[in-house]
Design a protein around this ligand. Structure first.
Ligand SMILES: [Zn+2]
Length: 348
């Protein structure tokens, strides 16, 4: 090769290296592993954050004969980037497909780290929300605007902490929060580039991967990922191991949609929050809770109680044996949502 040709090749390699490097988002630094991978069936993993990096929701991934499918991609580009790095320690097969169970920030804000040739699959509604103002919604706005105050608070606590071990722990929390904020600043929501409205099936060798919309519930466009041969279902926040967020929900329809989930033949649930579980009675407990939140908040509204007051007074403590409930009250965004639905003023 001529000298000029060689120089040109070196120059191109240099530029490619810089471009590859520049894809690494801000805020990825952390100590130890960011994820714990729980392999529930052959090649099927549930990824749960360890706390060394802000990831918030869980993801799952499926290692097939020649590729990897990721379900949900966490709270930030940094979290998704680190997930991909840690998946590389399990397999060198490429991630070809991402499935968004819904549009919420803690499940779909990693979409931007994937190359354009990766298929990002989600419900038509999820695409619409991520294309339009999903980051202007109260759920994400509240999350983002609280961050600087939390960082300031951690700094103050570090300054006044005398115990070395406690101080070190707070310092780790501060680093996690600062990294998360740095990554949120680079956020650019990316919508699914493949959509569905009822169902879609992916075939990979012997694997059948069904993506199903079971009706409105947690949002107007949640999908679950069901593997009939392995009897595994990935549920996002449609069904978690505890209480799901209700800020964009349809509580009454959610109960009926969960009945549809029960019709699927699975033995293992990989939820969007909490650990994997096999106990199907969790669905009944959550349905009972949803029915009672709806009737309790509706009752308070009928009595003329303000939405703020209803959020404090709604009493669901009778569900505390099965769900993480400490005392009376529901999240303000849940009460607000129910008031809006009753007023007929709720957005999609
Ligand atoms: Zn979530």
């Amino acid at each position: 090769m001529k000298r000029t040709g060689l120089l040109a090749v070196i120059a191109v390699m240099f530029v490619v290296a810089i471009l590859a490097q520049s894809r690494q988002p801000a805020g990825t630094s952390h100590t130890g592993k960011a994820f714990r991978f729980n392999q529930v069936k052959d090649g099927i993993y549930h990824a749960v954050g360890t706390g060394s990096l802000a990831v918030v929701g869980n993801s799952s991934f499926i290692v097939n004969d020649t590729d990897v499918i990721v379900v949900d991609d966490h709270v930030s580009p940094a979290a998704a980037w680190v997930l991909l790095e840690e998946i590389k320690e399990v397999t060198n097969k490429p991630v070809t497909t991402v499935i968004n169970t819904h549009f919420h920030f803690d499940h779909a804000h990693g979409n931007q780290v994937f190359e354009p040739n990766v298929q990002i699959i989600g419900h038509e509604f999820t695409r619409r929300m991520l294309l339009n103002n999903s980051i202007g919604m109260p759920l994400y706005r509240n999350y983002l605007t609280a961050m600087p105050g939390q960082i300031e608070d951690l700094r103050k606590r570090i300054a006044s902490e005398a115990d070395a071990a406690a101080k070190a722990k707070l310092q780790t929390q501060l680093q996690v929060a600062e990294n998360n904020l740095a990554s949120q600043k680079e956020l650019r929501p990316v919508p699914p580039n493949v959509t569905l409205t009822t169902h879609m099936t992916l075939y990979r060798g012997t694997r059948e991967i069904q993506i199903r919309f079971l009706g409105r519930g947690h949002t107007a466009g949640d999908v679950v990922v069901f593997l009939p041969n392995e009897k595994v279902v990935m549920t996002g926040d449609f069904l978690t191991s505890g209480l799901s967020n209700m800020s964009d929900s349809y509580p009454e329809e959610w109960v009926a949609s969960l009945d549809e989930l029960k019709k699927l033949d699975f033995d293992t649930v990989l939820p969007g929050h909490g650990e994997a579980f096999t106990d199907k009675s969790k669905i009944d407990y959550f349905q009972a809770y949803l029915r009672d939140v709806w009737s309790e908040v509706s009752r308070l509204k009928k009595e003329g109680v303000s939405v703020e007051e209803a959020a404090k007074r709604a009493d669901l403590t009778k569900h505390k044996d099965h769900l993480p409930i400490q005392g009376p009250g529901v999240p303000p965004l849940a009460a607000m949502r129910i008031y809006e639905l009753l007023n007929g003023s709720a957005r999609d």
